[in-house]
Design a protein around this ligand. Sequence first.
Ligand code: DGL
Length: 277
Amino acid sequence: MADNRPIGVFDSGLGGLTVLKELEKVLPNESFVYFGDTGRVPYGSRSNDTIISYARQDENFLLSKDVKYIVAACGTVSAVAAHTANELPVNFMGVVENSVKAAVAATKNKKIGVIGTSATINNGAHKTKILEIMPEAQVTTADCPLFVPLVEEGFSDKDDIVVLEVAKRYLAPMVEAGVDTLILGCTHYPILLDAIKKVMGNGVTLINMGNSTALAVKEELTRLNMLNSSNRWGNKEFYVSDLTSSFAKISKILLGENIENVNLVDISKYEGSFNRN
Ligand code: DGL
C-alpha cells in the first residue's frame, strides 16, 4: 500500500524552506504542502504557551490539507512543542531528535555544541536528548538571536565583517569548550554555514537538521510503505499567514528559488481540537 497524499511541512515563517529543500533532495517523488506563519514570526522569542498554541493551529491547518505526514521544520517548535504531535492522527517528525542522533554519531571527543533561538536553548531539549544517549557528553549551548534577522536582511557572506563579528561573539563559548560537533538548531543557520565554518574551523562537524530529518522521514515512510507511488509528484503548495513585502526576497534566500504561487491563510481559524481523518 502506497500513500499518495502530500507531506505537510510547517515553520514559524520562511526559515523552514531550508528544511523543505533537504526533504525535496531526499524525497524527490513526494509532493509537499508548506505552511509558514509569516504573520506571527518569530516564535523563538515567545513563551512556551504561545509557541504550543501556535504549533497546534499550524498542525491543524496542515491536517485540513489532507497530508499523510507532518514535519515541524522549526527548531523552536520541535524543541518546545513536539508533544503536541502526540495528539495528531498522522505521523510526525521534528528536527531535534535526528540532529541529536547525527551529532552523537559524529562526535569523537564527546564535546557537542548546540545553537538555536532563545526559546530552543532555554528549553534544553537537545541537551536532554544528547545526555540520554551519551551521558558522558559535554554539551555547550548558546542562543544566537541576531542570526535570523541577519539572514533575512541578506547578510550571510562569510567575509562580511558584520556577519563574522556576530558569529565570533556567539560561537566563542563553542570554540572555548573545544566542541568537535555543532548542531545548527535553527532553520536559518544553514545559510550562515560558511561563516560558522570560518569561525569554528574545518575540524568541526556542523549538523544540518534539515538533512538528518529528511533522511529519517524517508526511512519512516519507506518502513510504513507510505511513499508516493503515483506519477503525480513534485507538486508544492505554499501557504502563509501574511504576505509581507519581503516574501519574495526572503523565500529566495532560504529556498534558493522563486515561489510562484502562494496562498494566504487565516491561521487563527484553525484553533481547537485536531480534525481526525
Ligand atoms: N524557525 C525558527 C527556528 O528554527 C527561527 C525563527 C523564529 O524565531 O521563529 O527556531
